[in-house]
Design a protein around this ligand. Structure first.
Ligand code: TXA
Ligand code: MG
Length: 321
């Protein structure tokens, strides 16, 4: 385990060499930290699945450093995909397209499509462009756990794995990218994330949500995910808390005495960006408390709130089903 300060040029150099040797580097993005390998090296990519204990049917996102790489990674690029890429890249939007032959099958878990995104974090961009090839990366957490938004989260989650971690500070969005698939005439949402669906539809027209077609096209869309080790229950208000052996994740500062041992507040005045940026790091901290249960207060289900609620619902399903 080695944490490298990304502001030193020698750190980026070492990270690039590590990737060139077919090894893994954890690196910062504006959403969450990723566990990266050279996307064009199938053996290196296989290592990601091993380290993360991720099922092989769950495809990885390909991170590119320049928009033009989309033409190398994807077979066909519908006009709506170009519009989305021009509006939101670099940034937290993953676009699923028909894959080209350049992308190894292991990256897409055998699917004929590939998820592509150009991150905006300067360290991620520098790493990818210096490598000169795309980086395949899932979030840098063990499979099923919450995503890390700081280098130290990654270090704690992979204590026993020899791993290089590029420290680029806190991820500013704090929540994973929004994922859409784009075909000639439609856009489908696969995962709520750091860009709201309102913003996407105002650029490229209406999008259908998953479930509309009844198909499960994202093997990673498992019923539970993003889960803390502790049981998590969503509640409307802290008045529903049943035990003091609990932690409480409040959306805004609670008005009254909360009976929990430990309380974290996502934002002061309802700013969703602020809440999302703190979301996983608050939950990761609460998960370390000596309590029986984490209660999470419902978050308004609009904009980025939808992405946070989707994650809370999945986390709570781990124990309720
Ligand atoms: O913000 C993010 O997206 C972060 C950073 C590191 O970029 N990455 C991330 O990756 O969240 P991961 O692997 O934890 O989640 C990606 C999701 C998975 O649920 C996977 O199944 C889905 O994207 N996915 C990837 N490629 C896909 C494809 N071709 N078709 C359908 N779903 C895909
Ligand atoms: Mg993930």
């Amino acid at each position: 385990m080695k944490i490298l300060d990304s502001s030193k040029p020698s750190s980026i150099e070492q990270a690039v060499e590590t990737l060139q040797n077919g090894e893994i580097v954890a690196f910062p993005t504006e959403t969450v930290y990723g566990l990266g390998a050279d996307a064009l090296n199938p053996v290196a990519v296989a290592r990601i699945f091993e380290i993360k204990k991720r099922p092989r049917f769950d495809p990885l996102i390909v991170h590119i450093g320049e928009k033009d790489w989309i033409f190398k990674c994807a077979e066909t690029i519908p006009p709506k995909a170009i519009e989305l890429m021009e509006r939101f890249w670099p940034g937290p939007l993953t676009i699923i397209l028909k894959k080209s032959r350049l992308i190894p099958d292991i990256v897409t878990a055998g699917l004929s499509t590939v998820g592509i995104r150009m991150p905006s974090h300067p360290v991620a961009l520098e790493l990818i462009t210096r490598l000169g090839r795309p980086i395949a990366a899932p979030s840098a957490n063990p499979f099923g756990y919450m995503s890390p938004t700081k280098a130290v989260h990654v270090a704690n989650m992979f204590k026993d794995t020899p791993l290089i971690i590029l420290d680029g500070g806190n991820s500013s969005f704090g929540i994973e990218s929004t994922i859409v698939s784009v075909s000639e005439n439609s856009i489908r949402l696969h995962r709520h994330g750091a860009i709201s669906i309102e913003d996407i539809s105002s650029t490229a027209g209406p999008l259908s949500e998953k479930g509309d077609s009844g198909l499960c096209e994202s093997p990673g869309e498992l019923p539970y995910h993003y889960a803390p080790h502790k049981p998590l229950k969503i509640i409307r208000s802290f008045l529903e808390i049943e035990t003091s052996q609990s932690s409480f994740l409040a959306f805004m500062p609670p008005q009254g005495k909360v009976p929990s041992k430990h309380i974290k507040t996502l934002c002061e005045k309802g700013d969703m960006r602020e809440a999302a940026a703190r979301f996983f790091s608050c939950l990761i901290e609460l998960d370390q408390d000596d309590v029986d249960i984490i209660y999470a207060e419902e978050i308004p289900d609009t904009g980025l709130g939808k992405a946070m609620m989707e994650r809370l619902r999945k986390a709570s399903k781990k124990y309720s089903s």
